[in-house]
Design a protein around this ligand. Structure first.
Ligand SMILES: Nc1ncnc2c1ncn2[C@@H]1O[C@H](COP(=O)(O)OP(=O)(O)OP(=O)(O)O)[C@@H](O)[C@H]1O
Ligand SMILES: [Mg+2]
Length: 371
């Protein structure tokens, strides 16, 4: 009783990073003890929302899941950070005329309008100035514009509020990944790195050079695309396709392929074919973004690719993509910065890579909170 009252009067300042995806909700919370970050809690809540569920019902289900989770875990957290991605947000790296911050604050919607494919009235617009530059002798500023659809932001606020939380920030998936990479990547790295967070409906792509994100894009090729391809090839239900992704592999080497033939693993061969075709489409889209990055003056090609998100767990996916891109491809461990003893033993291996965005969200708040 008394402890409940204390919780209400002095809510914990810790922040829950909550990544609400189409496949699952991921929750990460850190706490700082003597300037050392500790993992306070983590959660992975699978969502099996039927396709015919209305958006309002969907919001209700998600809030309820988060609420029950917090209760079950006895978490005292009041504050939360979440993010949006996909069609609800546009991130553009553009050159704007050199203006003072005051001037830009007044004129940002006019300056941004040509770059934003939504009605400017329907979006929350923010910007950040990266550095000064010039264009045809004119002084300019390299600026990142972020336009988030008001409706999508409000939806996230509603979901968290209904779960009893105070939504402190609505971030963008790709920026959460940048925050994560700041924490787990090598310090002082200057060569460009490409992050691919492959989820259910969306793959978030970021190219980061010297700690700054230079290209951000969401590609609509991900787990659901592979489900569709498997359903089509094997004429199986979508649930079965989901399981097959987790039990079969992308067959990369001749030995892998021969072994599958010798074992009469017809399903394995079909799943691998479907996966190769989907991953080749993904490769084409990612290559376009790399070309774009290079055309914008990026002077070094991508040095490595780091994968996260649920689909990054598919067996052999790193080998397959590495042989396509001809650069090293690795899966990222979002918790690699914690002392080993702090990484929970009971966390399934395939959950770890799915926690990338939620970890970035939780870290970002720790950083902002401190400053
Ligand atoms: N072990 C595994 N092997 C292969 N695929 C997996 C594995 N675990 C999860 N997946 C796949 O990863 C996808 C879900 O990834 P994730 O949880 O990152 O998505 P999400 O964040 O909920 O979705 P989105 O960001 O697109 O809204 C699903 O397609 C799922 O089948
Ligand atoms: Mg996701």
């Amino acid at each position: 009783m008394l402890s409940n009252l204390t919780k209400k009067l002095f809510p914990s300042k810790d922040i829950l990073g909550i990544d609400i995806g189409n496949y699952s909700i991921k929750i990460v919370c850190f706490t700082e003890e003597k300037k050392v970050l500790k993992l306070k809690d983590w959660g992975f809540i699978p969502l099996a929302i039927k396709p015919d569920t209305s958006p309002e019902e969907k919001k209700g289900i998600i809030s309820q899941e988060i609420k029950s989770y917090i209760k079950k875990r006895g978490l005292q957290a009041k504050y939360a950070a979440t993010s949006i991605s996909g069609n609800s947000v546009i991130v553009r790296y553009v050159k704007l005329p050199k203006l003072s911050r005051k001037e830009l604050d007044l004129t940002i919607s006019v300056e941004a309008e040509p770059f934003i494919p939504f009605d400017i009235k329907d979006v929350n617009l923010t910007y950040s100035i990266l550095n000064d530059s010039t264009e045809e002798g004119e002084p300019k500023m390299d600026t990142v514009l972020v336009a988030a659809k008001k409706e999508a932001v409000q939806d996230k606020i509603d979901v968290l509020t209904a779960a009893g939380l105070d939504p402190l920030i609505i971030d963008v998936d790709s920026f959460a990944l940048e925050t994560l990479y700041e924490q787990v990547g090598p310090k002082g790295e200057t060569s460009p790195v490409l992050l691919l967070n492959i989820g259910q409906k969306v793959t978030n792509l970021s190219i980061i050079t010297g700690g700054v994100t230079r290209v951000v894009r969401d590609i609509f090729i991900a787990g659901a695309t592979l489900d569709k391809a498997i359903v089509k090839a094997l004429k199986c239900p979508v649930d079965a396709a989901d399981t097959l992704k987790k039990t079969k592999a992308v067959l990369v080497s001749d030995e892998d392929k021969e072994a599958a033939i010798e074992n009469f693993d017809k399903e394995g061969i079909m799943v691998s074919k479907a996966a190769s075709s989907v991953l080749k489409d993904l490769y084409t889209e990612v290559s376009r973004s790399i070309d774009f990055y290079l055309s914008q003056g990026g002077d070094h090609s991508i040095s490595k690719i780091l994968l996260s998100g649920g689909l990054s767990n598919m067996a052999n996916i790193t080998r397959f993509l590495s042989s396509e891109f001809k650069v090293p491809v690795e899966q990222i461990n979002p918790l690699s910065f914690l002392p080993e003893a702090d990484v929970p033993k009971n966390m399934p291996k395939d959950v770890l890579a799915s926690l990338a965005v939620a970890t970035g969200l939780a870290l970002r708040r720790m950083k902002d909170w401190a400053s």
